[in-house]
Design a protein around this ligand. Structure first.
Ligand code: ZN
Length: 151
């Protein structure tokens, strides 16, 4: 398992250092701010929806390696997906990280599985889910979403 753990850590460090889709999205139809005061992570999420499909998604802001990597991997995972797919993925990830909730076990985490190890560090779970809470706020609140709550 330690090789797998190294690979997971490498992926998180890579995305933390060189985040993908880290830019402003001028054509965004939905935006929201996310704030994790426990760690000091702040992100701004841009979402461009075409019907119920994610045609583009990006983010900027500043945070720790885990929150940045999580946002980066989330944007990579969600392009071309529907909102329903995105929320199913969020539930699956949330359950993986917290052991709480019921979700569709058939949903594949794919690359997001790199965050499995984070569940051993409860304080960092908020870092790993910040981008996802912010995404949900963006979808629900449109441009004027209030900061994401982190439970
Ligand atoms: Zn953090």
């Amino acid at each position: 398992m330690s090789d797998l753990r190294d690979l997971y850590q490498e992926t998180i460090l890579d995305h933390g250092r060189t985040p993908r889709n880290f830019r402003k999205l001028e054509a965004a139809t939905h935006e929201a701010d996310g704030d994790n005061p426990l760690c000091g992570d702040k992100i701004h999420l841009y979402l461009q929806l075409d019907g119920d499909k994610v045609s583009d998604i990006s983010f900027d802001g500043a945070g720790c390696a885990i929150s940045t990597a999580s946002a980066s991997l989330m944007t990579e995972a969600l392009k071309g997906k529907t909102i329903e797919d995105a929320m199913a993925l969020f539930e699956r990830l949330h359950e993986t990280l917290t052991g709480q909730g019921e979700c569709d076990e058939s949903v594949e985490l794919g690359k997001l599985a790199v965050f499995e190890g984070v569940r051993e560090y409860p304080l960092r779970v908020k870092c790993a889910t910040l981008a996802w809470h912010t995404l949900r706020n963006a979808i629900e609140g449109g441009k004027n979403a209030t900061p994401a709550t982190t439970e």
